[in-house]
Write a protein that binds this ligand. Structure first.
Ligand SMILES: [Zn+2]
Length: 265
C-alpha cells in the first residue's frame, strides 16, 4: 500500500507533467490555469486599472493607438477579443493582460516617436499574452507560495492579493510590486513581437530605435515604468538585430501584399 503522502506526491508530479507545455519559441513552461480562468483574472485586473487610472479623452491619441493595435491584432489570434484603452498618465508604460486586454499610457507616446515604434511596444506586449507568460508567472507563484491560490486570486478579496495578482500580470509598476519578466520571457516577446509588427506592415527595424529611446529616457530623471517590469539589457538590441533578417522578409512580404498602415498622431 503506498503511503498517502506518496499518492499525493505522484498526483502532484503528474499534475506538473500535464501542465508542462512548450511556448511558441520552444521554451518549457508550467501552466496550471485554464486560459478561460486567466482571461477572467485579466478582466478583473483591467477593471481595477480602469477604476484607478484616468482614461484618455483625446480622440487623436485614441484613434492613433487603436489604429496600430487593430493592425497587429488582425494578424494575431483573431479569436481573442482584443481591447485597447489609452490611459491619461505620464507613465511611459504599456501592458497586455491574459484574455487580450491592452493598456497604453499616454506618456509612452513621447518615447515611441512614430507608429512603428509604438507597434514594437504593442507587439511585444501582445506576445506576453500569446506566449502565456501571465499564466506561467501566476502558476510559478502558486507552486512556490502556499498562500496564493487561484480562488484567492480570482476573488481578489484582500488588497494585498489583488496587488500580487496585478504584479504577476505585469501591472506591478502601478502598485509598487515589481515582478519583472524573466530574461527568457523578454527575449521570447521581443522575437514574437517583431514577427507580429512586421506581419502587420510596421518596420521591424524601428524596434531597435524604440529600445534605444527607452534607454535614453531612463538616463533622465524619471526612468520609464515599462523598464521596471520589462528589464532591458544590452543583449536585447543584439538579439533584435539577429532576428532582423527574418523579420524583414516578413515585413517586405506584408508590404507587397498591401499591409501599409498609416496611423496618424
Ligand atoms: Zn516584456
Amino acid at each position: 500500500m503506498p503511503s498517502r503522502r506518496g499518492v499525493f506526491l505522484v498526483a502532484f508530479v503528474l499534475l506538473l507533467l500535464a501542465a508542462c507545455t512548450t511556448s511558441p519559441t520552444g521554451r518549457k513552461q508550467i501552466l496550471l490555469f485554464p486560459e478561460t480562468q486567466m482571461a477572467q483574472m485579466g478582466a478583473v485586473a483591467y477593471q481595477e486599472t480602469k477604476k484607478s487610472t484616468p482614461i484618455s479623452k483625446n480622440s487623436t491619441s485614441n484613434s492613433y493607438v487603436s489604429c496600430i493595435t487593430n493592425a497587429i491584432t488582425a494578424k494575431v489570434e483573431p479569436d481573442t477579443e482584443w481591447e485597447v484603452t489609452v490611459f491619461d498618465s505620464e507613465q511611459v508604460n504599456a501592458f497586455a493582460l491574459p484574455g487580450g486586454k491592452i493598456g497604453v499610457y499616454s506618456g509612452l507616446l513621447d518615447v515611441a516617436e512614430n507608429q512603428h515604434q509604438l507597434a514594437a511596444v504593442i507587439g511585444h506586449e501582445i506576445a506576453h499574452v500569446t506566449a502565456r507568460h501571465g499564466n506561467a508567472r501566476v502558476s510559478a507563484a502558486t507552486l512556490t507560495q502556499a498562500g496564493l491560490s487561484a480562488v484567492q486570486i480570482l476573488a481578489g478579496s484582500s488588497s494585498r492579493e489583488k496587488q500580487q495578482l496585478l504584479g504577476l500580470l505585469g501591472l506591478g509598476a502601478q502598485v509598487g510590486i515589481l515582478l519583472p519578466y524573466s530574461r527568457g520571457q523578454e527575449s521570447e516577446s521581443d522575437i514574437l513581437g517583431l514577427v507580429y509588427m512586421a506581419s502587420a506592415g510596421f518596420d521591424p527595424r524601428q524596434s531597435v530605435q524604440l529600445w534605444k529611446n527607452m534607454a535614453m529616457a531612463s538616463d533622465a530623471k524619471a526612468p520609464p515604468e515599462l523598464l521596471s517590469t520589462h528589464p532591458s539589457s544590452s543583449t536585447r538590441i543584439d538579439e533584435l538585430n539577429r532576428a532582423m533578417p527574418d523579420a524583414l522578409i516578413i515585413y517586405n512580404k506584408a508590404r507587397s501584399q498591401g499591409e501599409k498602415p498609416n496611423c496618424k498622431r
